[in-house]
Design a protein around this ligand. Structure first.
Ligand code: IMP
Ligand code: MG
Length: 185
């Protein structure tokens, strides 16, 4: 059973859903005036980790919006992201003149997101902002401005709620720290 591999639960399903309701309510308030003017909102996530967060968040934003996805691969030595990113799947929508909200799973080094922000801003969105489910306390971290952060967490390898270890544990409804023996096995 997946649950037996978890050493410590950091955020329960209830805490996560509560926090997402708060962020969704805040975004609804922030973007309501421009939605009322007929301006378009695009909620964008990077596959695969952020998909679960994005889908829950989308249902807490009570405004018309489009949902779109990108997939990227990060080159480097495998463990750490290098900041050299290639786009495997691009958005399907034209972002020109739209208000883009990136829903991210976790901000670690921030290198992937730095690249994406640069890339996306070249498509002339009306605005571009980041909402991240988790932000790790690490040094160094790219200086990325987040409109909302779900939780700030310590620098440990965590899984669940979209986050994986070797493609497992994404479907846990909570976030936790894996038992060390799972890595060494
Ligand atoms: P960054 O470019 O270092 O910020 O990489 C961020 C990406 O690395 C996230 O979108 C996750 O896919 C992955 N990642 C970073 N930390 C963790 C973790 O603790 N567990 C699972 N995935 C992680
Ligand atoms: Mg990711």
């Amino acid at each position: 059973v997946m649950h037996e591999d978890i050493k410590e639960v950091l955020y329960t399903e209830e805490q996560i859903q509560q926090r997402i309701r708060e962020i969704g309510a805040a975004l609804t308030e922030e973007y309501a005036p421009l939605a009322a003017r007929g301006e378009k909102i695009v909620l964008l996530s990077v596959l695969r980790g952020a998909a679960i967060f994005m889908c829950d968040l989308a249902r807490e934003i009570k405004l018309p919006l489009e949902m779109d996805f990108m997939a990227v691969s990060s080159y480097g030595n495998g463990v750490k992201s290098s900041g050299v990113v290639s786009i495997i799947k691009d958005v399907s929508t034209d972002l020109n003149g739209k208000h883009v909200i990136i829903a991210e799973d976790i901000l670690d080094s921030g290198l992937t997101l730095s690249y994406l922000l640069k890339n996306l801003s070249s498509r002339n969105p009306a605005s571009l902002s980041v909402v991240t489910f988790l932000r790790k306390k690490v040094e160094p971290q790219a200086d990325i401005e987040c409109k909302h952060v779900g939780f700030t967490c310590k620098n440990e390898f965590i899984v669940g709620y979209g986050l994986d270890y070797a493609e497992r544990y994404r479907n846990l409804p909570y976030v936790g720290i894996l038992k060390p023996e799972v890595y060494s096995a």
